[in-house]
Design a protein around this ligand. Structure first.
Ligand code: PAN
Ligand code: ZN
Length: 193
């Protein structure tokens, strides 16, 4: 049992920004994820052209070894595309694989792309006022399919941990791309068994 004292934070319900000085956002740019985009040439050109910010997310300075803690924060995923693929988060499994997560859409529109180690795949749209349940065992990646920042609140068990390596090595089985002006989910040609 950790010694966390009661506290209150401000999260802006539209922008997702947290104004508390205690909370620092983690930012990821195209250069952090070049190999994860289907069109690496387009990704490299974007890096050279200014390396845009893909997303930022707020995590709290809470103990990461206590199953009684709930970690929470907001993810702000900006609109844009790398080639025909929408801006997306890295995506991950939780290290404690069977820990789940809840996302709540605050503003903007997007999708959560999910898959299990056994190869089940699923994707769900998310927008303002919609809660999305990501069950344990499902890797999750957020994708902004709209024209505004996609802002989501999230909460998960504090000791869940993040396994990024599996997705970095194998990729996702599916991609979300723009086709005829609309999002389409297609097989990832770079996916490795
Ligand atoms: C979220 C994610 C956040 C950023 O807090 O960590 O949206 O995505 P990546 O971690 O994939 O870069 C979450 O799912 N935590 O478990
Ligand atoms: Zn997660």
């Amino acid at each position: 049992m950790s010694d966390v004292k009661p506290f209150v934070l401000d999260f802006d319900l539209v922008s997702g920004f947290c104004t508390s000085g205690k909370v620092k956002p983690t930012q990821r740019r195209v250069s952090d994820m070049v190999a994860q985009f289907a069109n690496e040439t387009a990704a490299r050109a974007m890096v050279e052209g200014g390396d845009p910010l893909l997303y930022e997310f707020y995590g709290l300075d809470l103990p990461e070894d206590d199953s009684g803690v709930l970690q929470f924060g907001t993810t702000i995923l900006y609109p844009g595309k790398v080639g025909e693929e929408y801006f997306m988060t890295k995506g991950h499994f939780h290290t404690i694989l069977d820990t789940s997560e809840i996302y709540y859409g605050l503003s903007g529109h997007g999708m959560m792309l999910m898959e299990t180690p056994e190869g089940q795949v699923d994707w769900k749209e998310i927008g303002p006022g919609e809660a999305l349940y990501v069950p344990g065992r499902w890797a999750h990646r957020s994708i902004n399919t709209g024209t505004e920042p996609l802002v989501m609140f999230f909460v998960y068990r504090g000791d869940a941990g993040h396994d990024y390596g599996t997705i970095e090595e194998k990729g996702y089985r599916k991609l979300v791309v723009e086709r005829d002006g609309k999002p389409a989910v297609i097989d990832n040609p770079k996916w490795k068994v």
